[in-house]
Design a protein around this ligand. Structure first.
Ligand code: ATP
Length: 308
């Protein structure tokens, strides 16, 4: 038995790692169908996160030669601050998140992406992804218990840790309303959770993972007021003290962001906080006015969509 334990343990670890990265990547950047083109350098070292500061330094990127997705994007996310990305569909919001997660590497002359001064092309993907938590629009859960779905955010998490994470993610009361509580099976063979509930499970999982950097893709679908409030509170708890980049669709996220980047045709067209952008009376203000005057009262995330 002792001889088996090592390999089994190792297998369990590999299974967990694969699961972990699948869930982090699943829909999130919904790129599973795309080949990963990124290889670590032979001398790649682990990322050392000191503050979690992110910098895009004159980043250019094209998926194919005919179209450029980003045209010279520069910005910083200082330690613990929140940056919201807004802009029309195709403006480049998802591309920024995909590049930071290293689904693609920048080539020579395409600028640099740095975390705490380290070029992300020079570090191992594993260490990079360990430092980044992702909350996608559409969270996919395993056909397993709620406790499992939350708990694999951190290997070996205790029931108490799982419960605390669920509390911060505003999901605890809902979970305890099920007859089997945390042992309730979710997914195809169990209780079906609403989109907002699945997202809160993903938030709880990410709270347990405790990454210094967060990528968020807010759901575009309208939520009822109490779910909206719960998610808002859960996100506040998650974002606190971490550097975050959000594709923002919620008024609360946009209004409270330290910096809003308004993207247009792959470049930063305007930037500032909500008040500054409204005073500027430019693209953001006009998108805002369109949104508010329309039947759709969602804020000007303005493109819909997800991190594809
Ligand atoms: P949306 O709000 O619709 O998600 P977005 O602002 O996130 O849009 P991106 O997805 O970053 O925009 O797309 C930026 C540009 O890159 C667009 O012109 C888009 O058509 C193109 N693009 C995005 N993904 C790919 C891909 N996998 N292959 C080729 N072109 C792509």
């Amino acid at each position: 038995l002792a001889q088996l334990y090592g390999p089994l343990n190792q297998l369990g670890y590999i299974y967990r790692s694969v699961n972990q990265s699948l869930v982090d990547t699943e829909k999130l950047l919904a790129l599973l169908s795309e080949p990963t083109e990124v290889n670590d350098k032979e001398d790649a070292s682990p990322l050392v996160v000191t503050n979690g500061e992110i910098e895009f330094d004159n980043v250019y990127f094209s998926y194919d030669v005919r179209n450029s997705a980003l045209n010279g994007v520069s910005f910083k996310v200082p330690k613990g601050s929140s940056v919201a990305l807004v802009g029309e569909s195709g403006a480049g919001k998802s591309t920024i998140l995909r590049l930071l997660y290293r689904f693609y590497d920048l080539g020579e002359g395409e600028g640099r992406i740095l975390i705490d001064g380290q070029d992300i092309r020079d570090v191992t993907q594993k260490s990079l992804r360990q430092a980044i938590g992702v909350v996608p629009q559409d969270s996919v859960l395993f056909n397993s218990s709620i406790a499992y779905n939350i708990g694999y955010g951190k290997f070996g998490s205790t029931p108490e840790e799982i419960e605390n994470a669920a509390k911060s993610a505003q999901m605890h009361d809902r979970i305890t309303s099920f007859p089997d509580g945390y042992n309730t099976k979710v997914g195809e063979c169990g209780v079906r959770l609403s989109g907002g509930e699945k997202q809160r499970v993903a938030i709880a999982r990410t709270l347990l993972k405790n990454p210094p950097i967060l990528l968020l893709d807010e759901a575009t679908s309208a939520l009822d007021t109490s779910t909206e409030k719960d998610i808002q509170k859960a996100l506040q708890n998650l974002v606190k003290g971490r550097s975050s980049l959000s594709i923002a669709h919620r008024l609360s996220t946009i209004a409270s962001a330290d910096l809003i980047l308004v993207l247009k045709d792959g470049h930063i067209h305007e930037q500032g906080n909500f008040k500054e952008l409204m005073e500027l009376d430019g693209l953001f203000a006009s998108m805002w006015a369109d949104q508010v005057s329309g039947t759709d009262d969602r804020p000007p995330s303005v493109g819909g969509s997800s991190i594809k």
